[in-house]
Ligand binder design. Structure first.
Ligand code: BGC
Length: 421
């Protein structure tokens, strides 16, 4: 995150903590102060369903938004607030970050709300692993996103006679055709978390789920340093040839906008991208297409947004419980996730209200969970702890920008991961 953005975020965060943010209604005596990074059009629209629900229950919402996809900026602000003794009531968090905060003993216990809402039976095991610490519920998962998707401008595919690419070669053939037609083939923003989001899919399609497990989750040095990983970096370098000249630093939602408005053909991004298409009034199957990243069908690299509550005193507890209960309410799971682009986190929610991409997301998660191929996204903190994730980001981004050959990048990855553990 740029320093200026960070500063703005920090100022906004402290303004919110002083009650200046203004969205808390005067009549309500209960409030939640919620730190999050859902600031794009689609994200904000999805979040407003939660704000409205809480406000309907008499709980005022004090918004603490910290822009920056992937949440790196938000986590920096969160750390500084907790260090300053001023934690928010609740914060969005991903994967291993929840475990890190729980280890520090600052998160509230949500067991009672979880028991009342039947969370144990409804939420998949792979997600509970992150929501629970030493067997106690410490976070309320709101969705299941995944990173191994591509988002396609349908008119462009039709015009060029392209159909769904089924494997790596198919993807390259499609990208070549778009490039040859004078368009930007790949809409991308050069930010480490976005580079890493592509990396999730390239590792999966190149090595398959066993290799993904060994390299990204088990951090096995042999897998990290293998010829397969070298191929991954060769493929990342190949993808780099399809982005436009202005890709550096671009926000993810601006890259999605390039696909929406026909400037670019394809974006490799998690299914929060669908929220942007919908927010722009676009329909799946008519205006845009959602495909699993070619060669990864049957696997899901997931990330789940969760809300953890900080121990900020007894006064806050009732509002915190209401927030946690609202998140797992089955009707809310539908209204939120149909807008956000994600699958519900509860498996007992019907897919009826979801569009074709949403139905596919739900079916794919179910299939992957059954097959043991529902694996955590490295890019979004569900494969390895933040220190390792950040060390991998550095190598992936440097390689993507041409600072390393694929051979060097592979060696650097082994060294970086070893150093970060
Ligand atoms: C979150 C998504 C969010 C995306 C972009 C991811 O880390 O899980 O909910 O939409 O970042 O901001």
């Amino acid at each position: 995150m740029k320093f200026a953005n960070l500063l703005t975020a920090a100022l906004m965060a402290s303004a919110a903590s002083l009650g200046i943010a203004g969205s808390a209604s005067a009549q309500s005596n209960e409030e939640v102060q919620v730190l999050h990074w859902w600031t794009s059009g689609g994200e904000a629209k999805a979040l407003s369903t939660l704000k409205d629900k809480l406000q309907g229950e008499g709980v005022a919402w004090v918004d603490v938004p910290v822009a920056g996809g992937g949440g790196e900026g938000a986590m920096t602000v969160l750390r500084s607030r907790v260090t300053a003794g001023d934690p928010p009531t609740a914060s969005q968090m991903l994967g291993f970050d929840i475990q890190d905060w729980a280890e520090q003993g600052v998160l509230a216990n949500l067991n009672d709300v979880a028991a009342a809402g039947g969370w144990d039976a409804a939420i998949p095991e792979a997600i509970q692993k992150f929501s629970k610490y030493e067997g106690e519920w410490v976070a309320a998962p709101v969705n299941i996103h995944s990173t191994n998707w591509i988002w396609v401008n349908k008119a462009m595919f039709d015009e060029l006679g392209l159909s769904e690419p089924k494997d790596w070669d198919g993807l390259i053939a499609a990208l070549d055709k778009i490039k040859a037609a004078g368009k930007t083939a790949l809409a991308h923003g050069g930010q480490p978390w976005q580079d890493a989001t592509i990396f999730d899919s390239v590792v999966m399609t190149t090595g398959g789920p066993d290799f993904y497990q060994k390299s990204m989750i088990d951090l096995d040095p042999e897998a990290l340093g293998s010829d397969t990983m070298k191929t991954v970096f060769e493929r990342m370098a190949k993808l780099r040839t399809y982005v436009d000249d202005n890709f550096s630093g671009r926000d993810w939602n601006l890259a999605t906008a390039m696909v929406i408005n026909g400037e670019a053909g394809v974006q490799i991004m998690g299914d929060w991208a669908k929220g942007e298409f919908l927010n722009a009034g676009k329909q799946p199957g008519t205006d845009f297409l959602c495909y699993r990243f070619p060669g990864t069908q049957g696997t899901v690299t997931f990330n789940t947004d969760q809300f953890a509550m900080f121990q900020v005193g007894e006064n806050a507890q009732d509002a915190q419980s209401k927030l946690a209960a609202a998140i797992e309410d089955p009707a809310f799971q539908v209204s939120f996730n149909t807008i956000k682009g994600s699958a519900p986190t509860r498996t007992d929610v019907s897919d009826e209200a979801f569009d074709a991409c949403g139905k596919k997301a739900i079916a794919d998660v179910k299939e992957a969970a059954e097959k043991g191929t529902l694996l955590g996204s490295l890019a979004h903190g569900h494969a390895a702890r933040a220190a390792v994730k950040n060390a991998m980001y550095d190598v992936v981004t440097a390689a993507f920008n041409g600072d390393y050959t694929p051979e060097q990048a592979t060696q650097e990855l082994v060294t970086a991961v070893a150093g970060a553990q």
